[in-house]
Each structure stands twice: as structure tokens, then as C-alpha cells.
Write a protein that binds this ligand. Structure first.
Ligand SMILES: Nc1nc2c(ncn2[C@@H]2O[C@H](COP(=O)(O)OP(=O)(O)O)[C@@H](O)[C@H]2O)c(=O)[nH]1
Ligand SMILES: [Mg+2]
Length: 219
């Protein structure tokens, strides 16, 4: 019985995700679903990308089980954001994304969706996004692609965040890539965004997204 309920839930979500995809396309919006573990650097990355892509309109749909800390932080930086609280749910779904997008009411924009910090459930819920970007942080360890197979199979690109900590935590890049490449050919962008230190790698992620955004116009 449980299996049937879950299947119905996912089918209903997929239908709404399809509608979201059409909504984003009609408004010339590149929707980017940013997933990753809690604390992997998702908000920090969004903030840095917004600076790097300053010539493009940016909106953010923030997902957390509670609080509006991330949306408040982004708004303080002048980035248009809306907070969604899932009240305990471990992922965002297509239904709440439509609500967030309606609130932002944007067009000709890149809309970042910061998913709930979790390496499992978000990989089951299509949101209608165009790009799935995983923020995988160095301190989580190089073995994560071997352990979280659905997530590492689901994504289009990886931002390997907190690379300034590689040496400190003994991160083995070769092992990380070995695990990832059995599942996906997703490009990997190494970033270091430590507060007060030199920012590295965010321009490559921004260029990747800029290209995706420019490709929208050619469809
Ligand atoms: N050393 C280091 N710390 C980082 C980097 N990126 C983010 N952080 C820190 O990691 C913590 C969690 O970042 P946050 O963006 O809030 O993660 P989120 O929970 O995935 O949104 C914060 O204290 C950030 O300052 C990085 O590249 N290097
Ligand atoms: Mg965050």
C-alpha cells in the first residue's frame, strides 16, 4: 500500500513539474535546482553567483524546513528571494516551487532554487528546473558518490565547494572523480568561497549557467 501511495505522489509531482517547466520556458527563466548536504555551501554559492552574473536578473527560492535565515541574508545583499518552509519535509516539491515562482513574478531571469539540505530525497522530486547543480563540499569526504548514488546520478553539474579545505581534510580528488564517473559525466567546478579569502572557481560555474541561459533564447 505504501508503495502505491508513494508512486501516486511522485506521479502528481511529475505532472506539476512539467507545468513548471512550461511556465519557466514561457517567461524565459533558467531555473537552477541547487542541492547538497546541510552546510555544503549552497547559499554561499548562490550569493557569489549572483555577484558574478550581475548583468542578469536573479531570483532565489529558498527551501528550509524552518526559518528565513537564508532568504533574509540574500535580501540584505540586494538579491530578490522568497523563503519556503517545508515544516519538516526533507525536500522541495513542484507544487511549492510554483508558489515561490508566482511570488517572485519574474521573467528573463535565472531563478536559483536552494533545495532542503539533504543528499537523498531531493533527487526524487523533479521541480521543473532546467539545471540540477549539486554543491558537494570537500569536508563531506571523497567517498560520497559511492554512497549517494541516486543524487550523483541525478545531477547535471557539480560545484565541488570548500576546496580551500582539501589539504586540511585529506580530500582525494581522484577517488571522488572515480565514484562520480561511474554514474555521470557531469562537469565538476572546484570553488573556494571562504569568507575573507580569495574567491576561486565561481566564474566557471557562472559561465556554465550563463551559457545555459543564453541557449534558452535559441529554443
Ligand atoms: N572554508 C570554506 N567555508 C565555506 C565555503 N563556502 C561556504 N563556507 C562556509 O560553510 C558554512 C555553510 O555555508 P552555507 O552557504 O550556509 O551552506 P548551506 O547550508 O549549504 O546553504 C558557512 O559558515 C560558510 O561560510 C568555502 O568555500 N570554504
Ligand atoms: Mg543555505
Amino acid at each position: 500500500m505504501e508503495i502505491i501511495i508513494m508512486k501516486e505522489l511522485l506521479e502528481a509531482n511529475d505532472k506539476l513539474a512539467k507545468e513548471n517547466r512550461a511556465y519557466f520556458a514561457a517567461r524565459h527563466i533558467l531555473a537552477v535546482n541547487i542541492m547538497g548536504a546541510p552546510g555544503s555551501g549552497k547559499t554561499t554559492l548562490i550569493s557569489a553567483l549572483a555577484q558574478e552574473l550581475e548583468d542578469i536578473r536573479i531570483g532565489v527560492i529558498e527551501g528550509d524546513i524552518e526559518s528565513s535565515i537564508d532568504a533574509d541574508n540574500l535580501e540584505r545583499q540586494g538579491i530578490r528571494a522568497v523563503q519556503i518552509n517545508t515544516c519538516g519535509e526533507c525536500h522541495l516539491d513542484a507544487h511549492v516551487i510554483k508558489k515561490g515562482a508566482d511570488y517572485l513574478d519574474m521573467s528573463n531571469a535565472i531563478v536559483f532554487i536552494e533545495n532542503v539540505g539533504n543528499l537523498i530525497c531531493p533527487a526524487e522530486f523533479d521541480l521543473g528546473e532546467a539545471v540540477r547543480l549539486l554543491a558537494a563540499s570537500v569536508p563531506e569526504g571523497d567517498d560520497k558518490p559511492f554512497k549517494y548514488v541516486p543524487m550523483f546520478s541525478y545531477i547535471d553539474a557539480v560545484a565541488l565547494t570548500k576546496c580551500d579545505l582539501k589539504e586540511a581534510v585529506g580530500f582525494d580528488s581522484k577517488n571522488f572523480l572515480k565514484g562520480l564517473r561511474t554514474l555521470s559525466q557531469a562537469p565538476v567546478f572546484e570553488t573556494s568561497l571562504k569568507t575573507g579569502a580569495q574567491v576561486r572557481g565561481v566564474n566557471a560555474v557562472a559561465n556554465y549557467l550563463r551559457q545555459k541561459y543564453e541557449e534558452l533564447g535559441k529554443l
